[in-house]
Write a protein that binds this ligand. Structure first.
Ligand code: NAD
Length: 452
């Protein structure tokens, strides 16, 4: 038996822990993360040049919140729920038992390498599963710290980290896991789903795509500029829900871009490409891919490159069309193409003509515009008058639709994503209605009275 098969065999034999035990392990997980916090922040600074503030807010802090929220509500979520029983089933009772799927494979990406590995782990563990976690190979120091944490908290049969790249991922995907939770690109999402189909393994796919940001003439432009700049250039644009492109009403474009240029300098200085706290692109390949987009349209601000540190200054590109290379794929970097529209219908039509995005942002002060966009456009989730913030609350399920993914998690949804809801009807033996049996006299007449 190879190593991965042996590991999975162990995890399949893992017995679902009692709720108190799950709480104990979550507490321990938080404790160990606290003890390793310095190493995590250092690893994030090394692998992605994340500043301490950014790393704490978007990675470590979010995981603490996920653990706190889960611990607070776990008893309630995990409790067997009694539900109604229809009159046709007189004498019986119905319940839904919260059962873990069993063995879960979590495959994580590199852009928020800590949070996107640990948050699904928290959900899967709280639901009582055993977990095999594969972090991204592109952020090796973070991967190493995750491994240390998991080894300190868990026995191998409950949770284990398997490090490696495409090879290992491919081998893991051949195994008959009971659930697969994947975060990454659309193209690899398709590979994951195909592999899962071989064993009929259910999947959650947290993918990406091109998320639009619409700015209306009635928006508070100063605030919009600040919040869009924040959402786009956090982690150097390597955020799955970053605004990918700007759709701004022609009449306010100049002013918005002027304000955004001011914000960029305020946030990251006059030379962001040499600012140690501005994020780097994860690899030379990613840097080269992004660099090619800089010749699209005209540069409003930015465009400077620091090849040594793989950094590109926050860049705004004007005069862009749908035919430009930058509009052909998810950008996933600090480059913001700008397109304009004259009417909201026109903007909506452009979005509807493309795959359903993971996120959508709308800046407006009109309730009517807001209703129109929410009624007419389909997208994973988003914000009105803000960016990114919908991801940072445990009360909003997070996930995509169509090409941007399937399934959801965070807070309560994480628990239920990793839980099979087993429906059970307990029948009485005190009496028995004979009309359902094939030999019953007037059986059909009686059934017709109930089911009409
Ligand atoms: P990726 O798809 O290249 O890699 C993700 C994971 O899959 C990594 O662990 C990698 O080792 C593995 N992998 C890569 N190629 C594989 C293959 N051929 N077979 C099996 N496994 C393979 O994604 P990435 O570059 O790490 O992350 C960027 C993408 O992830 C972007 O598209 C982004 O939008 C998306 N993303 C989505 C979310 C979300 O929550 N929806 C969050 C972060 C990133």
């Amino acid at each position: 038996m190879d190593k991965l098969t042996a590991l999975l065999t162990k995890q399949k034999a893992f017995q679902k822990p009692a709720i108190e035990e799950r709480l104990r392990i979550l507490r321990k997980l938080k404790e160990v993360i606290k003890q390793q916090e310095k190493d995590i922040l250092q690893a994030l600074a090394h692998d992605l040049h994340k500043s301490e503030q950014e790393a704490y807010t978007t990675e470590v802090g979010m995981v603490y919140e996920e653990i706190n929220h889960t611990m607070k509500h776990l008893h309630k979520w995990a409790k067997t729920s009694n539900v109604k029983t229809p009159l046709t089933h007189l004498g019986s009772k119905s319940m839904i038992i919260k059962e873990p799927y069993g063995s879960v494979l979590v495959i994580a990406p590199w852009n928020y390498p800590f949070q996107l590995a640990l948050s699904p782990l928290v959900g899967a563990i709280s639901a009582g599963n055993a977990v095999t976690l594969k972090p991204s190979e592109l952020t090796p120091q973070v991967s190493q710290v995750i491994r240390t944490i998991v080894e300190r908290v868990f026995q191998e049969d409950q949770a284990v980290v398997v490090e490696g790249g495409v090879d290992i991922s491919t081998q893991l995907l051949k195994q008959p896991f009971d659930y697969i939770f994947f975060t990454g690109s659309v193209s690899v999402g398709k590979i994951v789903m195909e592999a899962a189909a071989k064993h009929l393994t259910p999947v959650t796919l947290e993918l990406g795509g091109k998320s639009p940001c619409i700015v209306m003439p009635d928006a508070d432009l100063k605030l919009a500029a600040k919040r869009i700049t924040f959402g786009k250039f956090t982690n150097a644009g390597q955020t799955c829900i970053a605004p990918d492109y700007l759709l701004v009403h022609e009449s306010v474009k100049e002013e918005l871009l002027r304000e955004m240029t001011v914000c960029i300098h305020d946030f990251f200085g006059e030379q962001p490409e040499i600012n140690p706290h501005f994020g780097k692109n994860v690899s030379q390949r990613h840097f080269d891919r992004l660099s090619q987009f800089l010749s699209n349209g005209t540069i409003v601000t930015g465009g400077q490159r620091n090849e040594q540190e793989l950094k590109i200054a926050p860049t705004i590109l004007d005069h862009i069309s749908w035919d430009d290379p930058v509009m052909q794929e998810e950008i996933f970097g600090p480059i913001l193409p700008v397109m304009t529209f004259d009417s909201l219908d026109e903007a909506a039509d452009m979005i509807k003509a493309r795959p359903k995005p993971l996120a959508l942002y709308l800046f407006t002060t009109s309730k009517q515009t807001e209703s129109y966009v929410l009624d007419h456009l389909s997208f994973g989730g988003g914000c009105i008058n803000d960016t990114l913030m919908h991801v940072a609350t445990p009360y909003l399920p997070f996930g995509g639709i169509g090409e941007s993914g399937m399934g959801r998690y965070h807070g309560r949804e994480s628990f239920f994503t990793f839980t099979h809801e087993k429906s059970v009807l307990r029948q009485t033996n005190r009496f028995d209605f004979s009309f359902r049996y094939p030999n019953a006299k007037n059986g059909l007449d009686i059934v017709r009275k109930f089911l009409k």
